[in-house]
Design a protein around this ligand. Structure first.
Ligand code: PEP
Ligand code: MG
Length: 591
């Protein structure tokens, strides 16, 4: 319907959509429409021989349940107007046929026995096989039936009682994920080896989805209005994550031009990779610490490749996503120990759960309050769930026996929060030692995120209790300017260069210097090399960012003369004139 109403867009013809650039690079690939209502994620589990019959019975029950659900839909369909009733009736009949003794059902039963896998995984395998077979027939009618097969498969998985989550289990080659919205948990499931890039209709530049895309080094554009009204599975698509544009069904000449641009971009990146081993030292000899932010243990390879001298922020909440159960102390310990060991003596800063707002975990049974950004989240949530907090702290203490770790608390607002965690930590350490468990020795430094304006303004007082500061400019900007970082409608107002934000950074950096504690910036500003002179000029000598940004920032650091810019940076902030701040940045811009 919508297609006819916009004559300016012709289906199948080139059209450019403009959005916000959130992940650099250029992706050229095939549209894969993601809709979390229709995708399921399942884990494959091997089953012992003596469980095969039981698993097949479980599957039979699930197929019956799915069939009954469709019976109920048939009843509802009767109330629809005649044309719709007929249309839906055909569809539901087809679903029911597929659920009774069909090739699909027989295939799953057989696969449970032959592959010795759980029913959910067997369903997905069969569906994927059928999809491939249909796609190979190159017939428009049959291609359209793929959606029906997937729908039936998803119904079966749901009936098996598996929790639904986004899945990217059957992606085309060089898939570009196109979606109205992608949650950070969904993004965490993307495998950069399979996915070329992503483009969404909703989302802000500093949303956690955007951060995840950068961490995975995926070219990405968000806030591309109307994209999902036009993009269809199989369309060719270009995502220009530097410019913030998405080109659907590009003309041949455009495609060729973008292939060249992509090759240039990749060449530039390879050149930067050569900086991996050189130190991050300014022209006047000041050493700057460049560390990596990670969300998933699987990112360690790219961290090691980037030349990061440590992990400045491990967002532990991703260990709690896309699962039905909570990771216990042992599971967390094993994951963290792996990270610590692989970093081979470089420090690893582990942040305790920062759950809430756009980062949600079903396993925690987290119920967002009326205003999730201001509610029971992050450290407030952890302090209300002592058992979960203690398990996490114990896992960190134990991982600390394998290399240097630091503990970082998110969204700290009061001194009491830090004191309370330190009390818990000391008690836990005593208990573990008495049990003969090996833990970090000496105790890991306990630091705090500065991301609430009130915390920044009280930074001098907080510095008495905290062992280090990590300034989270993403939330600091959100809360200082009252701009939801995930909301594309106010994204144009989201500005970490607002004098209010910069003054809070400066105040926090000064408070840390006066107290003699380390201070870093680990928000997305840290990975933007245009802003490196400003942050260094404000007294920040530690930056933590997506691993892929480290070489660019290092190149910038190595070209700077800090003594020449420090005074100017501070003067620019003190007169708080946004124009002058921008001039200061563009004067020094190398791009
Ligand atoms: C921040 O707020 O700047 C930060 C680093 O934390 P997160 O992006 O995970 O909220
Ligand atoms: Mg934050």
């Amino acid at each position: 319907m919508k297609r006819e109403s916009r004559p300016s867009i012709v289906p199948g013809k080139q059209h450019t959509f403009t959005g916000l650039a959130v992940g650099r690079g250029i992706a050229i690939g095939t549209v894969y429409r993601h809709d979390s209502r229709y995708d399921v994620y399942v884990r494959e589990v091997r089953i012992p021989e003596n469980r095969i019959n039981r698993e097949q019975d479980r599957f039979a029950v699930a197929a019956r349940k799915a069939d009954q659900e469709i019976d109920a839909l048939q009843v509802k369909a009767q109330k629809l107007p005649a044309a719709a009733r007929e249309e839906l009736g055909y569809l539901l009949d087809a679903y029911q046929q597929m659920l009774k003794g069909s090739r699909l059902i027989r295939g799953v039963e057989k696969r449970i026995a032959t592959d010795r896998i759980n029913a959910e995984a067997a369903v997905l395998k069969e569906i994927n096989l059928m999809e491939d077979a249909f796609a190979a027939m190159d017939d428009r009618y049959l291609s359209a039936r793929i959606d029906d097969i997937r729908e039936v498969g998803n119904r079966l998985v749901r009936s098996l009682g598996s929790k639904q989550a986004a899945a990217f289990s059957s992606l085309p080659h060089k898939a570009v994920i196109v979606s109205d919205e992608l949650s950070p948990a969904d993004t965490a499931l993307l495998d950069p080896k399979q996915v070329a890039g992503l483009a969404t209709v909703l989302g802000g530049v500093e949303s956690h989805t955007a951060i995840m895309a950068r961490s995975l080094a995926l070219p990405a554009v968000v806030a591309a209005a109307e994209l999902t009204s036009w993009a269809a599975n199989g369309d060719t698509i270009i995502v220009d994550g530097g410019k913030g544009t998405v080109i659907l069904n590009p003309a041949k000449s455009v495609l060729l031009d973008y292939r060249k641009r992509r090759a240039n971009y990749l060449r530039g990146r390879r050149a930067l990779d050569k900086l991996r081993a050189v130190p991050a030292v300014t022209q006047d000899g000041i050493a700057i610490t460049l560390q990596a932010n990670i969300e998933l243990p699987s990112e360690i390879d790219s961290v090691l490749r980037s030349g990061a001298t440590g992990i400045g922020l491990l967002r532990s909440e991703f260990l709690f996503m896309n699962r039905d159960d909570l990771p216990g102390e042992d599971e967390q310990f094993t994951a963290l120990r792996e990270v610590v060991k692989r970093m081979e003596g470089r420090p690893v800063t582990i942040r305790t759960l920062d759950i809430g707002a756009d980062k949600l975990s079903d396993a925690l049974g987290f119920e967002p309050g009326p205003n999730p950004a201001l509610g029971l989240r992050a450290i407030r949530f952890s302090l209300s769930r002592r058992k979960t907090l203690m398990e996490q702290l114990a896992a960190i203490l134990r991982a600390g026996a394998f290399g240097p770790v630091r503990i970082l608390l998110p969204m700290v607002c009061t001194i009491e929060e830090v004191k309370e965690v330190r009390r818990i930590l000391n008690r836990l350490a005593g208990r573990l030692k008495r049990r003969g468990v090996k833990i970090a020795d000496p105790m890991p430094p306990l630091g705090i995120m500065i991301e609430i304006p009130g915390a920044a303004l009280a930074a001098d007082a907080l510095a008495v209790e905290a062992d280090f500061f990590a300034i989270g400019t993403n939330d600091l900007t959100q809360y200082t300017l009252a701009i939801d970082r995930t909301d594309e409608t106010v994204a144009h107002l989201y500005n970490p260069l607002h004098p209010g934000v910069l003054r809070l950074i400066q105040f926090s950096a000064d408070a840390a210097a006066a107290a003699g504690i380390p201070v870093s910036v680990c928000g997305e500003m840290a990975g933007d090399e245009r802003l490196t002179p400003l942050l260094l000029g404000l007294g920040i000598a530690e930056l933590s960012m997506a691993a892929g940004s480290i070489p660019r920032v290092k190149k910038r650091v190595r070209g700077l003369n800090l003594s020449a810019i420090a005074g100017r940076a501070r003067r620019v902030i003190s007169d708080a004139n946004p124009e002058r701040i921008n001039t200061f940045i563009s004067d020094l811009d190398i791009a």
